[in-house]
Unconditional design. Structure first.
Lengths: 362, 292, 235
């Protein structure tokens, strides 16, 4: 037993080291990038980071563990409202405290819902999470005195600390917070997935009965996946509260949950990198289309709805043509390149923050 | 007129709509093992087509027919063109496909017809019927709603249970491979199944549009509640779908009436979770051997 | 006449059938024998159109049916009864039987064929409106055979009809089958692991091993070949 443990440690530690290195590199790149670009671009990149956090968690749950959730927008709402309640009436809390509180609250609710949903499969789980997506915003509307009803709660932006200088743009500060949150989330998830829990998630997705026979506690695995993904959604929700400045039910419609699903599918189901690609698509498609619409002087009825039509169209076409999303396409290109120009065998180094694509049921 | 009685009447008419949506979803599920999340959006689109006809001078019943026929066609087209190519793909892919279709249709409608909220004419008067000296909160239109949903269900029942075509459709749904070996053109049966389901959905759309008003996302809630009803009743059972839909109608009306309309969906969620915890495959499901 | 010419079938890198050829004459029964995994089921699935071959062809009365859809092949008079009988469990006995001939749209002929099937298999007549999942193994086998008859099949592909059947029932069904072949000129391709009973009713036999034909000939002949029997047929 000890021998197995130490061998496992030797396996895990270098991976962890690799992940940390990659995270450090990413942090440096993002830091440099954000110092060069303007406030508006920082603002957009923050959105990408926020969605990436939520999408990574959802990708773990749906792509890797096979549980389809149509309600993660509601979980984001829980994180956002937690943050908003803490910061209500101009209470000051350090950002890290607010974020951790959101992670905790959403995680706890994730445990509850996860247990209730652990026995549900496929469309039944989808149904339950769909109802969750629609129900949670209603709670906020109902209990007006606490949650601010339709108009919601306002959140004061987090001001950059003094040592960064008086002129430091708050958008960049928020971007840094969001980047940090995204990087930490990715590293933690990557490690989780390289270890036993990650294998358990996949095993249960691929063949529940076999996994149970192999000694995996299926219910606990399902709940763990749900909780982790909920925590990610909560974190993203809290960041969203800072980003928008207002937390109201209208910001957490069913469309949000569906957009998250769009992101992970387009990006690539079951891959962390895919969560990033998908978030980029999610944020930049509306920007690009509205820019295009105003240049082409399209009427507002068309301009406003074009991004959604494009998402929908992309989803449909992607499923027909490229079901493994951007990450899958990249991987195919890489594999093709490797086959064509030959690479050292055994050097099949998957990306540090990658993990296996879910095997298609061919 | 007791509050309970009023709520019950509302519950029945609401329930009929959700039952229709639930039935449409179950029909498609049984035929192709797909949850058509776009069913509500498809019904929304056919309702828009109906209004388009009516706004251009057609009488109501022509518009009604336009909705039903376009529902039939839309269902057939979606199955043949979009769903058929991915029938061998993992289930998640097809779900996402229908979600994509949902988003697309909800964006296409305002692009084609304009995004402003419209009114939709009811087939009959919405003024409550008179019973002696008092007015019952049940209008001719409510009667029509109930009646047409029941009529459609009976027609479908007769189709499936008593006709050769229905037999072929049932066989195709139970076991497509064996059905092929019996000379049944399974592909056509599936297309027909989708077409009929979409017809039912379109009916639900025109029946509820007058009270909800017409806007691109007006069928979202109906889809959610119809789906919840279908899940409650057990996706494999058409009877379950109808019962589940009715239960949802009652649950939502009672919760809304006694606890406030803001808590309707929460009530639905609680009921759904409660039922699924006891019977994870729905009330009327055949308990297949499945351990957790 | 059913001809299989140089049929090669592969699932990805695994070759299930390798250039298999055989001919079944009208009004005769050929037994397809061999151990599990020999390719017997693959053979009939390819003939009935459920599986596409990588090479070779299948001909029915001279017409190439290799690339036809299964439902079209069925409409040409080929009835494939899969392993486990392929009975539609949720439907009744009567509904199952009727399914066979529905595509013909010939209500009168259908009624006649149904009556015939009930005549031939009296236990079914007693359970007309019973759901098929409550039938015994033997009754299910009768149901699938009856269904093939209602379909007016000329060629019958039977995949392991003996599975799950009591010996006595098996003997009876084999006898009925033989009668149908002799009296109606039915053409039968019979897959069986129980080689002895198959060879005792069949006219010809073909033995598959790992996707290849290792022996072919008159059934009586094959029964007599001891080494063959020991090596491939288990008796």
């Amino acid at each position: 037993m000890v021998a197995v443990q130490s061998r496992l440690d030797r396996l895990v530690r270098p991976t962890f080291g690799r992940h940390l290195l990659f995270a450090l590199a990413a942090a440096v790149v993002l830091l440099l990038l954000s110092s060069q670009i303007g406030a508006y671009d920082d603002y957009n990149l923050t959105a990408v980071a926020i969605f990436a956090v939520a999408a990574a968690g959802l990708n773990l749950l749906t792509g890797l563990n096979g549980q389809l959730s149509l309600g993660h927008g509601a979980l984001m709402a829980i994180g956002a409202y937690t943050a908003s309640l803490l910061l209500k009436d101009h209470h000051q809390f350090p950002v890290i405290v607010v974020l951790l509180a959101a992670v905790l609250s959403t995680g706890v609710i994730g445990i509850g819902f996860g247990y209730a949903a652990a026995r549900l499969r496929g469309p039944y789980l989808a149904g339950a999470t769909l109802t969750l997506a629609v129900a949670i915003p209603q709670v906020a509307t109902r209990y007006k005195s606490i949650f601010g009803g339709e108009s919601g709660l306002t959140v004061a932006p987090s001001s950059p600390p003094d040592w960064l200088g008086a002129d430091f743009p708050p958008e960049r500060w928020l971007a840094w917070i969001a980047f940090a949150a995204a990087i930490v989330t990715m590293v933690l998830l990557a490690n989780l997935l390289r270890g036993a829990p990650g294998r358990a998630f996949k095993a249960v997705r691929d063949n529940e009965a076999a996994a149970a026979l192999a000694g995996i506690n299926v219910a606990r695995t399902q709940v763990l996946a749900f909780v982790v993904s909920a925590a990610c959604a909560g974190l993203a929700g809290a960041l969203l509260a800072y980003w928008t400045g207002v937390t109201a039910p209208a910001g957490f419609t069913l469309a949000l949950s569906l957009q998250l699903i769009t992101a992970i599918v387009i990006g690539g189901l079951g891959s962390l990198a895919g969560a990033v690609w998908g978030s980029l698509v999610l944020v930049f498609v509306p920007l690009l289309t509205s820019g295009m619409a105003s240049r082409l002087k399209l009427p507002s009825s068309i301009a406003d709805n074009l991004p959604l039509a494009i998402y929908g169209g992309i989803l449909v076409i992607a499923m027909l043509v490229a079901p493994h999303g951007i990450q899958g396409a990249l991987r195919r290109i890489l594999a093709y390149g490797r086959a064509r120009w030959g690479n050292t065998p055994g050097g099949g180094q998957k990306g540090v923050v990658d993990w296996d694509d879910p095997a298609p049921d061919t | 007129m007791s509050r309970f009685f009023v709520l019950t009447l509302n519950g029945v008419t609401q329930g009929a709509i959700y039952a229709a949506m639930a039935l449409a979803l179950v029909m498609i599920w049984r035929a192709t093992k797909v949850i058509n999340f776009a069913q509500g959006a498809m019904a929304m689109f056919t309702s828009y087509l109906a209004v388009f006809a009516i706004e251009h001078g057609a009488p109501y019943w022509v518009g009604f027919l336009v909705a039903l026929v376009s529902g039939l066609l839309l269902g057939a087209i979606v199955e043949r063109v979009i769903v058929r190519p991915v029938e061998s793909a993992p289930a998640l892919n097809v779900v996402i496909l229908t979600l994509g279709l949902l988003l697309f249709l909800e964006a296409l409608a305002p692009m084609a017809f304009g995004g402003q909220i419209r009114s939709f004419p009811p087939a009959f008067s919405i003024v409550g019927l008179r019973l002696g000296t008092s007015q019952v909160p049940f209008s001719p239109f409510d009667l029509f709603t109930l009646g047409s949903v029941v009529a459609v269900m009976l027609l479908l029942l007769v189709l499936f249970q008593k006709t050769d075509l229905g037999l072929r459709m049932r066989a195709s749904a139970f076991n497509p491979e064996v059905s092929r070996l019996l000379g049944i053109r399974v592909g056509r049966m599936l297309t027909l199944g989708w077409a009929l389901a979409s017809l039912v959905g379109a009916l639900a759309g025109v029946l509820i549009a007058p009270s909800l008003l017409l806007y691109p996302t007006f069928m979202d809630d109906v889809l959610v509640f119809g789906f919840t009803g279908a899940v409650l009743g057990g996706l494999d059972s058409a009877v379950g779908a109808v019962v589940g839909g009715l239960l949802m109608g009652f649950a939502l009306t009672y919760v809304g009436g006694y606890f406030g309309s803001d808590l309707e969906t929460v009530g639905a969620l609680v009921i759904l979770i409660a039922v699924l915890m006891v019977r994870p495959s729905g009330l009327f499901s055949v308990q297949r051997v499945r351990q957790v | 006449m059913l001809e299989v010419i140089d049929l090669t079938v592969a699932y990805g890198p695994v070759v299930a059938l390798h250039a298999v050829s055989l001919t079944v004459l009208d009004g005769s029964m050929t037994a397809v024998l061999g151990a599990n995994g020999a390719g017997k089921t693959t053979l009939v699935r390819t003939i009935s159109g459920l599986t596409r071959p990588r090479g070779g062809s299948v001909r029915l009365d001279g017409h190439d049916i290799t690339r036809l859809a299964p439902e079209e092949i069925a409409r040409l008079g080929v009835a494939h009864v899969p392993q486990g009988q392929g009975v539609l469990a949720e439907l009744t006995v009567d509904e199952n039987l009727r399914l066979g001939g529905l595509w013909r749209r010939d209500p009168k002929g259908q009624r006649g064929a149904l009556a015939e099937a009930y005549d031939l298999f009296p236990p079914l007549a007693n359970r007309r409106h019973v759901a098929a999942f409550s039938l015994s193994g033997g009754e299910r086998q009768m149901l699938s055979l009856g269904r093939a008859l209602v379909a007016r099949a000329r060629v019958l592909l039977l995949d392991e009809p003996s599975l799950g059947l009591a010996r006595l029932v098996l003997v009876q069904i084999m006898a009925r089958l033989r009668t149908l072949v002799t009296e109606r000129g039915l053409t039968v391709l019979l897959i069986e692991q129980n080689a002895k009973s198959a060879l005792s009713v069949a006219d010809e036999g073909i033995v598959l091993h790992l996707g290849k034909v290792v022996a072919q000939g008159r059934a009586q002949q094959l029964l007599g070949e001891e080494r063959l029997r020991h090596a491939y047929l288990g008796f």
